[in-house]
Design a protein around this ligand. Structure first.
Ligand SMILES: Cc1cc2nc3c(=O)[nH]c(=O)nc-3n(C[C@H](O)[C@H](O)[C@H](O)COP(=O)(O)OP(=O)(O)OC[C@H]3O[C@@H](n4cnc5c(N)ncnc54)[C@H](O)[C@@H]3O)c2cc1C
Length: 261
């Protein structure tokens, strides 16, 4: 079973983010592995360990894939230190500012060429938060998508994946056959901390770096382009109510004024 995990490098959530010429400044800011993708890597590791074989180069492997600037290899290296077997970085100046359509085109091409059975993604990135790439990858590959999974079970002999999804209206059980795209929710598992052995082993593992030309695809102009961006206004100070016996009335008056009641 060949598992691919799509991971994105994003600006550190605490870092001050700046837009430069309509693009998020990804150079002069601390960058980290997208939080929600750590759950995707962990789920992939648990699946291969449950089906026998990872470090021993068993029949089941995990390949982490990322589209991003050169420094995205730092996030791939972290995933390798969690136990992934191999990594692919798609990096190309032509992809700077790529929108979700382009991102999904590039990722689905790498995935199809790699003939992966199971593709695992996080539910969203913490920078753009569009939560669309997994569905777009599935659409482009023409396979089933099992998104927002809070539990995943794989029957590799039947080439089938079952998931549980919790929605506002209840719990859904769904299944799909290989190849299939799955996105996993936060808290589906507890991502492991890379061990010293894992970190050292990751230093020797190869990150295959490719560009658009080697994929044999063309990158059209972006469907959506950020034309302008402005900083969110500073948060206004809240209303402070001192209880001189009329606090209740003051709270009600505030809520009425805000048309909240
Ligand atoms: C502030 C901001 C606003 C943006 N607005 C738009 C917009 O309106 N329209 C638009 O099309 N694009 C927009 N983008 C670009 C968009 O972020 C990228 O195209 C991105 O790669 C895909 O969208 P996402 O990050 O929201 O992914 P999501 O759909 O939220 O990501 C879900 C999962 O897909 C996988 N994934 C996503 N990106 C990658 C990657 N590069 N490499 C590997 N795996 C990945 C990960 O597993 C991730 O957990 C914006 C970017 C920023 C920073």
């Amino acid at each position: 079973m060949k598992i691919a995990v799509c991971i994105k490098q994003v600006p550190d959530s605490w870092a001050e983010k700046k837009m430069v010429d309509g693009l998020l400044d990804r150079v002069n800011v601390d960058a980290v592995l997208n939080d929600l993708d750590e759950y995707a890597i962990e789920e992939a590791m648990r699946i291969v360990e449950a089906h026998g074989g990872n470090d021993e180069g068993g029949p089941n492997t995990v390949t982490v894939i990322s589209m991003g600037p050169e420094r995205a290899s730092e996030s791939l290296r972290k995933a390798l230190s969690m136990g992934a077997n191999g990594a692919i970085l798609i990096s190309d100046a032509a992809l700077a500012g790529a929108d979700a359509l382009t991102t999904s085109k590039v990722l689905s091409t790498v995935i199809s060429q790699g003939q992966f059975d199971l593709i695992i993604c996080g539910t969203e990135s913490t920078d753009a938060r569009m939560s669309v790439v997994p569905a777009m990858i599935a659409e482009r590959i023409g396979c089933a998508q099992l998104t927002f999974a809070s539990a995943v079970t794989v029957d590799s002999s039947a080439k089938k994946v079952n998931i549980t999804r919790v929605t506002e209206t209840g719990v859904e059980e769904m299944f799909g056959e290989f190849p299939v795209v799955v996105s996993v929710v936060e808290k589906i598992n507890e991502p492991r901390y890379p061990s010293f052995k894992g970190i050292m082993a990751a230093k020797k593992k190869t990150i295959e770096t490719i560009n658009v030309a080697s994929l044999g695809i063309s990158i059209e102009s972006q469907w959506s382009v950020v034309v302008d961006a402005s900083l969110r206004p500073a948060r206004a100070a809240g209303v402070i109510i001192t209880d001189d016996g009329t606090a209740g009335d003051q709270v009600v008056a505030f809520l009425v004024e805000k048309k909240l009641i």
